[in-house]
Design a protein around this ligand. Structure first.
Ligand code: TYD
Length: 208
């Protein structure tokens, strides 16, 4: 049986990684076979591409190169990790996927959704997520939550104005694809958000 493909999206500091860990533990307790992976990265070659993309010293990288590298990492990760896990009937939880490219490169960088959709259609073939969980927390709220703490990689160096645009991009995507993208309220305690996520997975028939 073919597995299900669930992606997680949101602005920096929205708590995606924590939620994926909590969900993975919850699924393991119930014996639901799944893998957790991430983009950019998730496989050896894609992680090497990630290092280039996020290197804070690569300030000369042009937007087109950035968009193509994300798509290149995606192509490799999909074939090496995601597709085999789906073929094995597993639930795949992926931290970021094509909507990150649409929100960050297409919308916030200004390359255009169509251009970014085009290069990613080539990279992804027909591998679309069954469900995308958008952790809906504005960058302003995330910044307050983190008390301004930053890792300072190349994307994080871009500042609040850029990340506000990313957030707008996500809101537009959620509006355009309501059947695929579910907004998750993550304003409460993290256990509440975990519950919100499992409720959505059940409603959308990803799990029983
Ligand atoms: P990461 O450390 O995974 O960030 P986070 O913990 O917020 O998910 O770094 C990934 C960065 O790359 C993040 O700033 C979002 C950005 N990104 C894009 O701009 N386009 C993409 O297609 C992907 C997958 C990520």
């Amino acid at each position: 049986m073919k597995g299900r493909f669930v992606t997680f999206e949101g602005c920096e500091g929205c708590g995606k990684s924590t939620q994926i860990k909590l969900l993975s533990a919850w699924l393991s307790q119930r014996g639901i076979p799944h893998i957790v992976t991430r983009e950019p990265g998730g496989s050896d070659i894609a992680e090497q591409i990630r290092t280039i993309i996020l290197n804070g010293k690569n300030t000369a990288m042009c937007d087109e190169c950035e968009a193509l590298l994300y798509a290149a990492a995606r192509a490799q990760h999909l074939r090496e990790i995601v597709a085999p896990a789906l073929d094995a009937g597993k639930l795949v939880l992926c931290d970021r996927y094509v909507d990150s490219s649409l929100a960050y490169q297409g919308y916030a960088r200004g390359l255009g959704m169509e251009f970014v959709e085009g290069i990613n259609s080539f990279a992804m073939k027909d591998f679309r997520p069954d469900l995308t969980l958008f952790l809906d927390l504005s960058p302003d709220a995330a910044f307050e939550r983190k008390h301004g703490a930053d890792r300072g990689d190349r994307m994080e160096q871009l500042g609040l104005a850029f990340h506000r645009k990313v957030y707008q991009g996500y809101l537009k995507l959620a509006e355009a694809y309501p059947d695929r993208i579910a907004k998750v309220d993550c304003s409460g305690p993290r256990e509440q958000t975990r519950q919100n996520i499992t409720d959505i997975l059940k409603e959308r028939k990803i799990i029983d």
